[in-house]
Design a protein around this ligand. Structure first.
Ligand SMILES: Nc1nc2c(c(=O)[nH]1)N=C([C@H](O)[C@H](O)COP(=O)(O)OP(=O)(O)OP(=O)(O)O)CN2
Ligand code: ZN
Length: 143
């Protein structure tokens, strides 16, 4: 089995709704996203001879997916008053609403599925919220 790994980061703010502790306040992270794709076989012949996929293509797709979230305030839909949201947007702030609580775990699943949707055979997706805290999503064996 061949496994290719690439990573890219984004800098964004978030908060955890219904959380008791400092993470209920708006704060920022450098989120590092590590994507691994797998294949039993290598391409034979042509430009991709001896590769699973071209690192260039893989890196471009991960960057594109991750850059969407860069320099934004990420909020779980329904966790901020509409008036507050409107004011922030009117004042030019970039707000990205997601339909999940923005935890490292949920982001790892989100990026796993996004890469799968792009056609990659994803092995696992890991999201670092801090240099020492990360969450990984991978499918259980048998799936
Ligand atoms: N299982 C999870 N636990 C927590 C998550 C998460 O995504 N998954 N997220 C948070 C907060 O977002 C928080 O920012 C991270 O908390 P913490 O580890 O306390 O952050 P720091 O490293 O910045 O802590 P310091 O001790 O102040 O350095 C909470 N939990
Ligand atoms: Zn946080």
């Amino acid at each position: 089995m061949f496994i290719l790994k690439t990573e890219h980061h984004f800098d964004s703010a978030h908060f955890l709704h219904n959380y008791e502790g400092k993470c209920s306040n708006i704060h920022g992270h450098r989120w590092n996203v590590v994507i691994e794709v797998q294949s039993e076989a290598l391409v034979a012949g042509g430009q991709l001879d001896g590769m699973v996929v071209d690192f260039g293509d893989l890196k471009r797709d991960v960057k594109e997916m991750v850059d969407y979230f860069d320099h934004a305030l990420i909020i779980q839909s329904g966790t901020m008053r509409e008036e507050t949201l409107l004011c922030l947007k009117e004042d030019g702030f970039t707000i990205i609403e997601v339909d999940f609580r923005p935890t490292a775990e949920n982001f790892s699943l989100f990026f796993y599925n996004s890469m799968k949707d792009k056609g990659y055979n994803v092995k696992r997706s890991t999201v670092y919220e801090t240099p020492t805290n990360s969450a990984t999503y991978e499918e259980s064996r048998g799936n």
